[in-house]
Design a protein around this ligand. Sequence first.
Ligand SMILES: *Cc1c(COP(=O)(O)O)cnc(C)c1O
Length: 427
Amino acid sequence: MSKSKGLFVRAQLCIPGGVNSPVRAFGAVGGIPPFIKRGDGAYIYDVDGNSYLDFVNSWGAMILGHNHPIIRENVERVCKDGLSFGAVTELEVEMAELICELVPSIEMVRMVNSGTEAVMSAIRLARGYTGKSKIIKFAGCYHGHSDALLSKAGSGLMTTGIPDSAGITPSCAHDTITIDYNDFIQLDYVFDQSLHDLAALIIEPVAANMGLVLPKEGYLERIQEQCKKHNVLLIFDEVITGFRLGLDGAQGLFSIEPDITTFGKIIGAGLPVGVFGGKKEIMSKMSPLGNVYQAGTLSGNPVAMAAGIAQLSYLKNHATVYSQLEENGNYFYGKIKQLLNSHGLSYPVNHIASLGCAFFTNETVENYEGAKKSDKQAFAKYFHYLLKNGVYIAPAQFEAMFISAAHTKDELDRVLDCMKNFLEAEV
Ligand SMILES: *Cc1c(COP(=O)(O)O)cnc(C)c1O
């Protein structure tokens, strides 16, 4: 028995499904997940000594690749002074200043411990600030696992075939209105109903939790316009796109100024960090200045701040990372599209910069319904072929691939060869 298999058996006895986050269980693709022991650069290594070229990268957090010396050294240095104080530290101020400097729509931030917390608190803030209750979200957008946001929430729920989680009260779901991504008519309709109780609209400006789906031309602009017109706060969930599509994220790329932004993943460089922020006027509603309560024993933890500051500073000082990611992304995803075409398949390959996703369907994918048409069995075959050949992608169709700065053209070419062999063998 492999060590991974032994560990998975043990894990299943003491952890539900053997995992601390559902997608890791390989439920959608079958088989035993390799237990990962370490990572270095573009590669991860499992407990059985196999290596994989990694395209998950802790769901995008490791944009510089694994075990980056600058980040590791900063964390090690800060660790030596103690792990947590539950009191104010200089590193929190440095981190907050850095984010406010890099993202023009943000004047103040509050640190939390995950993307889920960031979004949950951002929603509470929006309700507290506006005095209104309802929020609009989009089917297939994932905003973490807090109660109000688990309706048609894409990603892990799509993978496990759960439309909406059990355990959420009707009154909680009642205040969430879910509409289709990229649908102008539904968007105008909800606003024109002039629901006087609308507090906020939340969106992933590039949806990366139903596979990858880009906003249609003018869609984000229309959202901004409608929000402004109806005094509804616009929340961009940039937990994936933040510091990935550029230093100022999707909002910089599409020139949209959201009222509140949430970050996670890259901002913690692999440690548990989430952030929400926005204009001073709105953020001043947060306790202890205002009456929206929110707190955290480990929020702004010095070790987590050290990792985040190191990664963000590196990105700030090496602008070429983004041009390289964009060039590699265009090359890689473009080649995948060509490969599919040369095998007579017109599968869509949605991509933007380092994020991308091929869908096993002949139709274009621009929302949740479209993504669901993908052939999950075909995906499972493709996944296992890649895994067997040392390429680790997310074990589910409804996730994006994450290219990191550690991936070289040669490595991308090796994956393309592998995909070519798969298509020749299977199609
Ligand atoms: C991952 C993710 C979250 C949740 O972040 P966690 O750190 O897993 O709680 C929220 N929103 C988006 C867009 C995400 O991709």
